[in-house]
Design a protein around this ligand. Structure first.
Ligand code: C5P
Length: 230
């Protein structure tokens, strides 16, 4: 999926990894620290999933879904904009984290036609300047020549616990078992799809966050970028 990217105008840091590895929290903080834009590509797949569910689109129909993605105007507002996600001018920040979206997003993300549309949107977004972009295929497909590629991992138990706490904080009340099943299923789908599966990109630095605080991970990434450029 995706032809060769146009060289980006600024620096690009990619952060890939499984669910609950801490990608978005870390990516957001790295972006803030460096004054880069943060692009959450998972939010983009989620926005399309939410739109499809809202419009009762058949999730087996990849062509309607791709058309939906083509027409959708997705806007991501960074830290100053409260990290909001807008779809066709409407704030969908909260809706795209709903359990229903969690359950379906990885299915939609298997369609190569739809992924091609998303990759093009992501590359266009990065043309604005320096960016930190997180997802599953950013270092492998979207920006294989990025200035710094990171693969974030953590033990399953820690990842489930993080997701569990996050959901309870957001007002959802799933059981630990439900969260575990959802994380395992999504990782399996993301790692085993034919197109752009979740992989550690070649040349990426792997960081296991199981025993690390968020700030330690952020420090490490900032150091890696600076070392790479000195
Ligand atoms: O990062 P987040 O957990 O919000 O991503 C939601 C889902 O979107 C992932 O489980 C995956 O199926 C899909 N995704 C993807 N490629 C990306 C980002 C997300 O397939 N670059």
């Amino acid at each position: 999926v995706g032809d060769k990217p146009q060289p980006s105008k600024g620096l690009v840091i990619t952060i890939d990894g499984p669910a609950g590895a801490g990608k978005s929290t870390v990516a957001k903080k790295v972006a803030e620290r460096l004054g880069f834009a943060y692009i959450d590509t998972g939010a983009m797949y989620r926005a399309i999933t939410w739109l499809a569910l809202e419009n009762q689109v058949d999730l087996d129909d990849r062509y309607i879904l791709t058309d939906l993605a083509l027409r959708a105007r997705i806007e991501l507002f960074g830290a100053e904009g409260g990290n909001k996600v807008y779809l066709d001018g409407h704030d969908v920040t909260k809706q795209i984290r709903e359990p229903m979206v969690n359950a379906k997003v990885s299915k939609i993300a298997t369609y190569p036609e739809l992924r091609r549309v998303m990759v093009a949107k992501q590359r266009e977004m990065a043309q604005t300047g320096n960016v930190v972009m997180d997802g599953r295929d950013i270092g492998t497909v979207v920006f294989p020549d990025a200035d710094l590629k990171v693969f974030l991992t953590a033990g399953l138990e820690v990842r489930v616990q993080r997701r569990y706490e996050e959901l309870w904080q957001k007002g959802y009340n799933p059981t630990y078992k439900e969260v575990e099943e959802s994380v395992v299923k999504r990782d399996w789908q993301d790692s085993n799809r034919k197109v752009s599966p979740l992989r550690c990109p070649s040349g990426a630095v792997t960081i296991d966050t199981t025993q690390m605080s968020i700030d330690q991970v952020v420090d490490k990434i900032v150091r890696l970028l600076n070392n790479g450029r000195s």
